[in-house]
Design a protein around this ligand. Structure first.
Ligand code: FES
Length: 114
């Protein structure tokens, strides 16, 4: 499918730290991603844990640890760095989330999906 850029939300709608799930068209179905903001930076990943492929969030838009400093999979508790999606602990330690290009343009959080 052709590459597309979608607007997930306005930056000021995203807590710091905070995360927001979004849905996108893959050309032959739908998939899910999420954006995560921390210390003023925004990152985006496909919402699929490297352990089993499950969605990471344990409730709508809840992707982070209580301290808000790491991404945590709600299924078996794997911990990922926010900055690069690298798994630091848990059953998929050493693996990475699939990252997506993300940028902030005119106050909007935009993600390139393909
Ligand atoms: S599905 Fe994420 S840690 Fe098992």
């Amino acid at each position: 499918m052709a590459e597309q850029e979608i607007t997930v939300c306005r930056l000021d709608e995203l807590d710091d730290p905070g995360a927001r799930e979004f849905e996108f068209d893959t050309g032959d179905g739908r998939d899910y991603g999420f954006v995560v903001r921390r210390d003023g930076e925004v990152h985006a990943y496909v919402n699929s844990c490297p352990h089993t492929g499950s969605a990471l969030n344990w409730a709508p838009d809840r992707f982070l640890t209580k301290a808000g400093d790491q991404i945590m999979c709600g299924v078996h508790g794997a911990i990922f760095r926010i900055e690069d999606g690298h798994c630091l602990a848990g059953p998929c330690e050493g693996r990475d989330l699939n990252d997506l290009d993300c940028r902030v343009v005119e106050g909007e959080v935009r993600v390139r999906v393909a």
